[in-house]
Design a protein around this ligand. Structure first.
Ligand SMILES: [Zn+2]
Ligand SMILES: [Zn+2]
Length: 317
């Protein structure tokens, strides 16, 4: 506790004096108010409970690396992401509405989630479920851990369910490619390639894969009184128990427990998409491979009978 007090005192002094990450230009740069060529835009910062250091990642990467419960390895130690440092409004994290088109997976945030029909494919969206607890990837606090339980190990091994949503803009460059062996009597394969500079890609962390596989609630659970992430039903029960050593230090009650929280990033990146028909025998393998995307490698497939659409994107340089 003494060490934590020292860390907080030092941080308050840095804020007052504008030192370290609170140097005015650097801070405004990380928040996207100033052009920022040397550092990624909209960075997410992880701070540590025990030491006065912080590390930053571009939001899309942080969505996975700094996700609730994930491990961060720093200077030879393992730290677990335990708390959000989210912007709040009236004592509650500043959530946004998130709606995903069931037909084409286009994602809409905020007021756009009220659209009556999808802008990409025209599907009617009235009646489609709107998630009211989408949270822009917040800064996080991580605490040192020396041991790991079997449950945590399994959660870490399986990782997080991240979905990718690309909404094509109006400045698409389209290319039509024909491929095939020279002299072959087989008809050529047709590939449509599009390129967009600064396309909009929304990524959503929908919770742990472990929760999905065990039919638990999607998303994450957050205590709004103390901003602690609660990663299991057991953790929620202990958090609400004033007798427990894991009880909420702000005496949270059931209404303070916010469930089905989803984290998102909203970025402008250069995007390349490929739409192609895959050979039938390769379809199963391709679907399996593409269903576990890794940013910024090929990120999204939307099976489309009888063809399959493969979309790839890369971050802007
Ligand atoms: Zn759509
Ligand atoms: Zn709490």
């Amino acid at each position: 506790m003494k060490r934590r007090t020292e860390v907080v005192s030092k941080r308050l002094a840095d804020m007052r004096e504008g030192r370290q990450g609170f140097y005015v230009y650097r801070y405004l740069g990380t928040q996207g108010f100033l052009p920022n060529y040397a550092f990624p835009r909209q960075a997410t910062t992880a701070t540590f409970y025990e030491i006065d250091n912080d590390i930053s990642r571009e939001q899309g990467l942080a969505l996975r690396e700094y996700a609730p419960g994930n491990s961060i390895y720093y200077r030879g130690n393992r730290y677990e992401v335990i708390m959000a440092r989210a912007r709040t409004e009236l004592g509650t994290p500043a959530f946004e509405d998130l709606l995903v088109c069931p037909a084409c997976a286009s994602a809409y945030l905020g007021n756009d989630a009220k659209l009556p029909a999808c802008l990409s494919c025209g599907t009617a969206l009235t009646g489609t479920h709107v998630n009211r607890r989408a949270l822009r990837m917040p800064d996080m606090l991580a605490k040192r851990r020396t041991s790991i339980t079997a449950d945590e190990e399994e959660r870490t091994r399986l990782g997080y369910a991240i979905s990718y949503h690309y909404q094509p803009g109006h400045a698409l460059q389209r290319y039509h490619l024909l491929t095939g062996a020279h002299g072959s009597d087989q008809p050529p394969h047709s590939i449509e390639l599009t390129y967009e500079h600064n396309g909009r890609v929304i990524q959503v962390n929908e919770g742990t894969v472990q929760a999905q596989r065990t039919d638990q609630e999607e998303g994450f659970t957050l205590c709004r009184r103390c901003s602690r992430w609660l990663l299991s039903d057991d953790a929620v029960q202990k958090h609400l128990d004033p007798q427990s050593s894991s009880g909420c230090r702000h005496s949270a009650v059931e209404d303070d427990i916010l469930r089905r929280v989803m984290l998102f990033s909203d970025a402008q990146v250069d995007v390349v998409t490929l739409d192609l028909v895959l050979p039938t025998e390769g379809l199963r393998r391709a679907r399996r491979r593409c269903s576990t995307p890794r940013w910024p490698r090929p990120c999204c497939t939307r099976p489309r009978s009888p063809s399959i659409s493969t979309r790839a994107s890369s971050t802007a340089s």
